[in-house]
Design a protein around this ligand. Structure first.
Ligand code: PRT
Ligand code: ZN
Length: 286
């Protein structure tokens, strides 16, 4: 048996569920004992370590884990020399500056000399120095958003997703300084045998990622409209066209990208397509 590749994921929190779903989508199964830090997969040379997200970059850098799934915000803040192997497309959020709603704001220069509370002192200080603004960074580890209301800071720099936390704390988002999503990171110098396992894992991850952004569509099209309908379907190779029992009609099968899905469906209907079936794609291997 190969020495397994070790993957660090968040033990419990916003990244955990989707990280586990990816392992499952890769066809990898393991039993989990919630009190244990480590599990070994039954059907793939993979060991899974369950950690706090903040610790993942360092554990990977130190070689305790070979790869890890972590928020890009945490990765960039920690500054460890790791390779970003894949962007995972979930847990999208941004790191933003926010000020109390009743304070006027004309630009980042207004923050000069002010006190800004954050859990991301490195990303914030890099941003402020790029902007040529000097401010006092007050590092706190949690509940950053209450800092202005208790007089601890004039502004905050915190993770925002829907914006409702800022709103309910009387704050207004004024600058986005970093955009983040979950990423897969690796030590830059994996031994060849482990790199080979990572390549196998990546092949599966990419098939699952690709599948997420596509739908399989089946529709009935009058033969006279086939050429027009086909010209409306972007990407992939040409669609499959098979005759229906009813003369003059064909069934057309293709894949559509999620992004422009509805626009394409509307155009297909206008061009004469009927009985359109939309089916999720489980894996897509090119
Ligand atoms: O216990 P552990 O240290 O492992 O977890 P944690 O509590 O430090 O992290 P966790 O689970 O909260 O977040 C893990 C990662 O999820 C973050 O590093 C981000 O990459 C990503 N992520 C995505 C978010 C959010 N969305 C998010 N909304 N992380 C935090 N938030 C918080 C934010 O701090 C703020 O308090 O949610 C609030 C804002 O949300 P909205 O929707 O009100 O704007
Ligand atoms: Zn954390």
């Amino acid at each position: 048996m190969d020495t397994p590749l070790s993957l660090a994921i968040q033990k419990s929190g916003r990244l955990s569920e989707r990280s586990l779903a990816f392992i499952e989508a890769c066809g990898i199964s393991f039993s989990r004992n919630k009190t244990r830090l480590k599990s070994t997969a039954h059907n793939f040379p993979l060991e899974i370590l369950f950690l706090r997200d903040d610790d993942i970059p360092k554990y990977v850098a130190d070689g305790v884990a070979d790869i890890g799934i972590v928020g890009e915000n945490v990765f960039a803040e920690k500054g460890e020399a790791l390779t970003i192997v894949e962007r995972m497309g979930f847990s999208k959020c941004r790191l933003s500056l926010a000020v109390p709603q009743n304070v006027s704001y004309h630009g980042v220069g207004d923050l000069a000399g002010k006190k800004i509370a954050t859990s991301y002192p490195n990303l914030l200080s890099q941003y402020l120095s790029r902007q040529g603004v000097q401010a006092e960074i007050h590092e706190i580890s949690g509940s950053v958003e209450i800092a202005p209301s208790i007089g601890l800071a004039d502004a905050v720099c915190d993770i925002v997703s829907s914006g409702s936390t800022l709103l309910s704390n009387g704050l207004r988002e004024v600058e986005t300084i970093f955009r983040s999503e979950a990423i897969l990171v690796s030590t830059p110098d994996l031994p060849a045998a482990k790199q080979e396992i990572l390549d196998r894992l990546l092949f599966r991850i990419r098939a699952a990622l690709r599948a997420e952004s596509y739908k399989y569509v089946v529709m009935n099209v009058p033969n006279a409209a086939i050429e027009n309908v086909v010209s409306l379907i972007p990407g992939m190779k040409s669609p499959t066209v098979t005759p229906l029992a009813e003369t003059g009609w064909s069934s057309l099968h293709s894949v559509l990208q999620e992004d422009d899905f509805w626009e394409v469906i509307e155009k297909l209907r206008a061009a004469g397509a009927q009985g359109i079936l939309v089916i999720p794609v489980e894996k897509m291997i090119l």
